[in-house]
Design a protein. Sequence first.
Length: 288
Amino acid sequence: MSVRILAVNAGDDLLRDLPKHAGRELLAIEHASASEAAHAAESDFPLILADLHQLETCDADLIRALRHQRPHQKVLAICARGDADAIAGMLRQHAIGLLIRPLTPQRVGEAIELALAARDWEDDIELISGSAQWLQLRLRCKMEAAERAVQMFRELQGDLPEDEHEELTTAFRELLMNGIEHGGGGDPRKSLWINYVVTKSALVFYIRDPGPGFSMTGLKHAAISNPDGSLQHATIREEKGIRPGGFGILLAKNMADELIYSERGNEVILIKHRRHREPVAAAAVPEA
């Protein structure tokens, strides 16, 4: 059975970059108002692509209208450009994902597949607080939720060179997966917390998992314990019946400018310095 996807106000670049998968049926409507899009969305679509064109943040009216008749509708938002505030806007409107222009077929395809695969997803990623400089999320200890969170943050390249941005995203993913697997035990009833902070000189991730923590001296099964490059940890993992791997912390350490763990070990700060600095917008002051 084919999967029907509705594309609302899709730009030429989005239609061009949509992957041609067997079993995917695309219906595109153009120049639609929020009410017209909502009418089209009354049919059963597993996923709707909402192209916001030149808007810099998520259009609340359009996404709200698309989900009005079907509160559990999956909507993937496409924005012209964005920052952490774009993620906040997407989560406030309960969109399942975010793409920021310029698009590539690989990123579009990845976002679509993650959205289609998500199950019981609506409270997997909760916005606690959000602005252009500081984003705070609660994430259920589910691998698919982590992959969606990584995809969102991968969209926020900012002023980092492409290779450094990919390193930052990869390091963040490794730490997130470690927190879910070892701190949360892969239990979706548990949650971890993510803070993403943009300063004038750095991009910072803070992750706190619900586990008891760890000591570096007790990580004989991890590659970080073998600074000489040997694979002794692989033998220890096999003896303990642990899946192959153990490179997460070492990989993150090598890709980050700074990696700082708390004394307990269930909190970590990942820092990537911004070599090409741009002015950071002044933070809004909450009203008393």
